[in-house]
Design a protein around this ligand. Structure first.
Ligand SMILES: Nc1nc2c(c(=O)[nH]1)N[C@H]1C(S)=C(S)[C@@H](COP(=O)(O)OP(=O)(O)OC[C@H]3O[C@@H](n4cnc5c(=O)[nH]c(N)nc54)[C@H](O)[C@@H]3O)O[C@H]1N2
Ligand SMILES: Nc1nc2c(c(=O)[nH]1)N[C@H]1C(S)=C(S)[C@@H](COP(=O)(O)OP(=O)(O)OC[C@H]3O[C@@H](n4cnc5c(=O)[nH]c(N)nc54)[C@H](O)[C@@H]3O)O[C@H]1N2
Ligand SMILES: [Mo]
Length: 783
């Protein structure tokens, strides 16, 4: 939910769809894209419960082929579509009035905005018919519970974060949150995307979503056993730039703490409080074409576990790599970023081993953790990822500090070093459990996760619930798993269960009141067995005695951290367990994010839209002076001219079953490569005919930024004549130039091709900076 754990956490779990009456796939093609378990469970729900499957997508996908209903919309218009649903829901009184009154905040503002979205206006903007909208809304709103699944068709837009919010709001308004068969089922792409997010392999937060403020650094330093003041010295001294030059924080950038140089303190090192470079726009730090903010040029790129050829703006990325001092790739395969550039030296490829040669846990899309055992020792000279990082830390002289967190433990409510050496990966797992209290990770210890792995047969695959040796626990201890006795939380925000069985209300994260309205749940909302009746705040050291009605000893007070998410002592969790109270509060879900540019989601046309009238009516955001470390264009790019005159055709991404990500892993497999022997795009025959392109012809696709790719045209009626779709899993050919001679001997995959990301249009989400992969314009030309 927008108000709780960011945008991405799946509230329920894949098998839970068996309880749904209607399953909406919106911007997810689960018949093709992993995890295909979602598709399997949806089909089972139809077989066993007569559930209806509906697909809302710009393309007739394989998932659509299995659906009871398919609604085609134009890319980037989901917000309009969902407001159209909300318009009809409010008009017909289908909303859950109880949830709105007792557990939500500011739904009236949504109701107001929804008034504008009549079926006619929705049809005009999205391209679906008013009948489709009406028929589907009635089905979805009146069959309870219903669920929805989304993935990249929703997030990869300049309005991606608003897209995710409006879907959560729809489920809230319908009373589908916190219910079996309901919720928002967000399908994460790679194995362990949820785990990587929890560890914040991101430029804008520390592990556990603590942000970048000094409170976050101090919290982690404590857990790592590292002195904060010494730690800070690892950051460069800040640039001497006054606040006037850097400007005020841009509204909508989600800044927690805004960087500026403090003239009174010339030695400040507050780059630590500033978001880093994002994966989408790091190259700006080398090319400096748009305004950037840093203490120098980016000179080295270290790539470990991401493809880079799968990122937008390949030509810019190539230019940036040419200019770097050094590129390092730590990989089991030859990452094709290594052959993208013209440079003859300064590229280092370090052999990392695969997951089968290492051990540890992954977090699945539903927040469950899975322990995995090493199958074989690393082959040849390859090393496990952490080993590469350890060697790096040794070389740079901070190895002892780097591994110290794994030697820590809690003794009698206090965190301290408890041993001289560490055991990988068990001690790393326990460190994560200790330090990331913010997602309720304390109960996810190595011992418990290994026990789950050893007892798979005792878990019910539909409810995730364990029996026998794992009685009452949920498979993989989906977080929050508040302490070592907690069973995990299979369904977030389920208020029908007691706290000790995984129950919880909405999280109290944004204060006690806003505009004079209480942010706590109504007094009638109480977890079974809770000592505290009705809504209550998140538990802090300051309020714990009052809220729980207890008296702490002086010793307890001395050991306790400032709040549940900062408390290493475990005392807050213990007291909450005794009272049956969830430490993160029992609040209202806010539908309005007052620190965002759009407080409630608003439809805004893509940066490159096919409809100039709609661009004028629903313009995008103001340009961002500064987010992450760069300026980003929004309205100036969108309204520079009517791009659709020269580039009339919409592009959108397609995933294929046999390839994934940058595609190197599969294109080095003879049999998988043979399924898609070359890069292609799906084109409606009517559109192709206009350009005199025959089925199987090669064609150029030109993008507004002046780049082009040469690919095979495949006729397909899955797309309408106004749009094409194409996979993104190829590399090795750049703007028609074959780069084959650059692969080291024996490293070239069976197939190479143009990366669709050479023509991905300019455009980034205002909060997350994800590229607008799924909406953009192009022009076809026979090659
Ligand atoms: N046009 C377009 N572009 C897109 C998308 C789209 O829909 N359209 N989707 C976007 C999305 S959602 C994503 S997630 C990205 C995916 O893009 P990538 O992140 O590029 O995905 P992968 O190809 O899986 O890249 C992972 C790399 O890690 C390597 N690897 C595998 N296992 C290990 C390991 O254990 N250790 C190390 N060190 N390396 C390992 C693999 O060899 C591979 O080169 O692409 C994005 N790009
Ligand atoms: N076989 C295979 N499986 C994969 C991957 C792979 O490359 N190959 N990649 C993995 C990764 S990293 C990820 S993130 C997931 C992604 O999984 P998905 O998101 O399911 O995959 P996509 O095909 O990129 O996008 C889903 C659908 O969104 C539609 N779409 C595009 N724009 C819009 C829009 O504006 N609105 C709506 N409603 N729909 C839109 C597309 O037409 C597409 O059918 O898949 C994962 N699984
Ligand atoms: Mo992904």
């Amino acid at each position: 939910m927008a108000n709780t754990w960011g945008y991405g956490a799946m509230t329920n779990h894949v098998a839970d769809m068996i309880n749904s009456k209607v399953i909406l796939f919106i911007g997810a093609n689960s018949a093709v894209a992993n995890p295909v378990g979602a598709m399997k469970r949806a089909l089972q729900a139809r077989d066993r419960n007569n559930a209806k499957i509906v697909v809302v997508d710009p393309v007739y996908t394989r998932t659509a082929a299995k659906a009871d209903m398919f609604i085609r919309i134009r890319p980037g218009t989901d917000i309009a579509f969902i407001y159209g649903m909300l318009h009809l829901i409010f008009k017909n009184g289908w909303e859950d009035k109880d949830v709105i009154a007792k557990q939500s905040y500011a739904v009236d503002e949504i109701r107001q905005e929804a008034k504008h979205w009549t079926p006619e206006e929705v049809s005009r903007v999205t391209g679906c018919s008013t009948q489709e909208l009406e028929e589907f809304t009635k089905l979805f709103a009146t069959s309870k519970p219903s669920t929805l699944c989304w993935a990249l068709g929703i997030t990869q837009h300049s309005v991606g974060s608003s897209n995710t919010r409006i879907l959560a709001i729809l489920q809230l308004v319908l009373g589908n949150m916190g219910k079996p068969g309901g919720g928002t089922n967000i399908l994460r792409g790679h194995d362990n995307v949820q785990g990587a997010t929890d560890m914040n392999c991101l430029a804008d937060s520390l592990s556990g979503y603590y942000g970048l403020g000094d409170g976050a650094y101090k919290h982690h330093c404590k857990g790592w056993g590292v002195n904060f003041d010494d730690f800070v010295k690892r950051f460069a001294v800040s640039v001497k730039e006054p606040r006037e030059k850097l400007g005020e924080p841009v509204k909508g950038t989600n800044f927690r703490e805004y960087f500026y140089h403090d003239p009174k303190n010339p030695e400040d090192r507050n780059w630590r409080n500033e978001k880093g470079w994002s994966l989408s726009k790091w190259w700006q730090g080398v090319l400096k074409e748009e305004e950037t903010f840093s203490s120098g040029n980016l000179r080295v790129l270290w790539v470990q576990g991401t493809g880079i050829t799968s990122m937008a703006h390949q030509v810019k990325i190539k230019e940036a790599i040419d200019k770097l001092d050094m590129l390092v790739v730590a990989e089991p395969f030859l990452n094709e970023v290594a052959i993208l550039s013209d440079r003859k030296d300064g590229i280092y490829v370090l052999p990392a081993c695969t997951q089968f040669e290492s051990e540890g846990y992954c977090s699945a899309t539903n927040r469950s953790a899975q322990w995995r055992t090493q199958v074989i020792k690393p082959l040849y000279e390859s090393k496990e990822d952490q080993e590469i990082m350890f060697l790096f830390a040794k070389k740079f002289g901070f190895y002892d500090e780097y591994v110290k967190g794994m030697k820590m433990g809690i003794v009698d409510g206090e965190i301290k070093q408890v041993k001289d050496d560490f055991k990988w990966p068990e001690d790393a797992t326990d460190e994560i459990a200790r330090n990331t209290q913010s997602i309720g990770n304390n109960g996810r210890t190595a011992a418990r996760l290994k026990k789950h792995q050893e007892n798979w047969q005792f878990f019910d695959p539909l409810t995730l619930k364990g029996r026998g040796p794992v009685e009452g626990e949920y498979y993989g201890l989906p977080w929050p798993c508040w302490d070592e006795k907690h069973p995990g939380t299979p369904i977030l925000y389920d208020i029908t269960k007691p706290y000790v069985e995984g129950g919880m209300g909405f999280r109290n994260r944004f204060g006690l009141e806003h505009d004079g309205v209480s942010q706590l749940a109504d007094e009638s909302i109480t977890l079974p067995g809770s000592k505290v009746k009705g809504g209550h705040p998140q538990i802090t050291k300051e309020n714990i005695e009052k809220v729980l009605g207890i008296t702490l000893s002086e010793e307890e007070k001395a050991k306790m951290g400032s709040s549940w998410s900062m408390d290493y002592s475990g005392i807050i969790a213990k007291k909450c367990r005794e009272a049956g109270v969830c430490p993160c509060g029992n609040a209202r879900a806010r539908v309005k994010v007052w620190e965002f540019a759009d407080q409630i989601p608003k439809h805004r046309e893509p940066i490159h839209s096919p409809d100039w009238d709609l661009v004028k009516k629903y313009p995008t955001f103001e340009d961002q002076k500064r987010n992450f470390r760069v300026a980003t264009k929004f309205i100036s790019e969108q309204q520079e001219k009517d791009w659709s005159k020269e580039f009339p055709t919409i592009i959108s991404s397609l995933r294929v079953v046999n390839l994934s990500g940058a595609g190197m892993i599969e294109r080095t497999s003879k049999y998988l490569a043979a399924i898609t022997p070359e890069m292609f795009a799906h084109v409606n025959p009517e559109l192709a005919a206009k350009h005199n392109i025959k089925d199987g012809d090669m064609m150029w696709i030109h993008a507004p930024q002046g780049t082009k790719i040469k690919v095979k045209c495949i006729y397909s009626y899955s797309v309408t004549p106004d749009r094409i779709c194409l996979p993104y899993n190829f590399a090795g050919i750049l703007q028609g130039v074959d780069l084959s001679d650059r692969y080291p001997e024996g490293a070239k995959p069976y197939t190479i091709g143009e990366s669709s990301n050479t023509i991905t249009n300019y455009g980034f989400d205002i909060n997350t900076q994800i590229s607008e992969f799924n909406a953009g314009l192009c022009r076809l030309e026979k090659a």
